[in-house]
Structure formats: C-alpha cells, structure tokens
Ligand binder design. Structure first.
Ligand SMILES: C[S@@+](CC[C@H](N)C(=O)[O-])C[C@H]1O[C@@H](n2cnc3c(N)ncnc32)[C@H](O)[C@@H]1O
Length: 197
C-alpha cells in the first residue's frame, strides 16, 4: 500500500537552502557524471532534482509519493531551465513498475532513515539498476538533534532515527551492493555510494 515513510516531510526552503548552499557540488561529490541516467528517489520539491537535471542534461527520472511535491519540483526544474525525462508519482517501493529502462544511478537523499523496510527498499533499488550501477544514500549524521542547528534551531529527524554509516552499509550490503565510498557532506550529513555486485 502506498504510504509516506515516517519523518520524511520536505523541509522548508529557507533553512534547507542555508544548509545546502551548493546542491550541484553535492551531486558531483557523490560521483554523478554527465551522461548517466539517474533516478531521484523521493525527490521532494526538487531542490536536488533541478541541478541534477542540469548536470545530466535531462536524463533524470524523479519520483515522489506526494503530488504537491512533484508539482513544486516540476516548477523548480523549469525555473532553472532544465528538464526531466519522466515524473513519477508513486511509492518508492514500487519503482520497478514505473521505469521502462534500467538506470545508472539512484539517489535517495534525506529519506532512508524513515523507511520501515530498509533491506526491501535496497532490493527494489537494485532491481532498477544496470549491472555495476550506483546507489547513493544521503543521511543526517547520527548526532543528537539539538546539535544540528540551522538558522538557530535544531533540524532534522529525531536523534533515535538517525543512522551511522556502518549501520546503513550493513543493511544495504545484504541486497547485492558493496559500499564504494563514504563521503562527508558538512556540516551535518554524509553520503554513501554503493555499487551493485
Ligand atoms: C525529507 S524529503 C527529501 C526530499 C529530497 N530528496 C531532498 O533531499 O531535498 C522526503 C520526501 O520523500 C517523500 N516520500 C515519503 N514517503 C515516500 C514513499 N513511500 N514513496 C515515495 N516518496 C516518499 C516525501 O513526500 C518527501 O518529498
């Protein structure tokens, strides 16, 4: 059944933009290259989707469960003069049913912490990747929430929902992936890039 993951609502743009002043640099740090076909899984309001679409010249699939997020993301992509191959309003767990081709890269930013069946989600991602394809997870660091302040207030998921990189790696590696790199994304995030075996 399509259902939003707990604790994954889209942050307000004011503090999100303050926290991530250069989203394209984040995408590049995660090894996303021009020429790749990329799925932005749980794209939200398009904060990363728009620079991603620009980086890979429109070879982007963008999925979110929330129609309002898709509409905001569409507007953001258009505002930045970019384009997306296909917008998908669906549950992330059902991605395989909505893609007509396999992709080189799946990005899941700021959402994995709330997924109830994380191994199952990793398996669903694996099924839409080409052999040797990449899966990147951006997560909040496993620090007390009161320490991760932006614009003067604590932000991000509850402390008890946060995951250390080793915990994420142990889960995702049960579904046919191998961790390739853990990348610090200061001030409060890390990214892990996995490759299919
Ligand atoms: C915290 S936001 C992150 C958005 C974006 N990735 C970013 O980092 O700016 C999480 C997004 O996941 C979406 N979402 C939550 N549960 C979902 C599900 N089961 N399937 C697809 N999208 C979902 C929400 O609608 C929301 O837009």
């Amino acid at each position: 059944m399509a259902e939003a993951f707990p604790a994954t609502s889209m942050p307000d743009r004011d503090w999100w933009a303050a926290l991530w002043p250069d989203p394209r640099a984040v995408l590049e740090a995660l090894g996303i290259l021009p020429g790749m076909t990329v799925l932005d899984l749980c794209c939200g309001d398009g904060y990363f989707t728009a620079p991603l679409a620009e980086l890979v010249a429109g070879k982007v699939y963008a999925l979110d469960l929330d129609e309002a997020m898709i509409e905001m993301a569409k507007a953001e992509v258009a505002r930045q003069g970019a384009s997306v191959r296909k917008w998908i309003r669906a549950d992330a767990r059902d991605i395989a049913a909505h893609l007509t081709e396999k992709v080189d890269y799946v990005l899941m930013a700021n959402t994995f912490h709330g997924v109830p069946d994380q191994p199952g989600l990793a398996g669903a991602v694996h099924s839409v990747l080409v052999p040797g394809g990449l899966f990147a997870i951006i997560n909040w660091e496993a620090r007390p929430r009161e320490e991760t302040t932006v614009l003067g207030r604590p932000r991000g998921p509850k402390t008890e929902m946060r995951m250390a990189p080793a915990e994420v790696t142990a889960i995702v590696e049960t579904r046919g992936f191998k961790s390739q790199a853990v990348i610090e994304l200061p001030p409060y995030h890390y990214g892990i890039v996995f490759q299919t075996l």
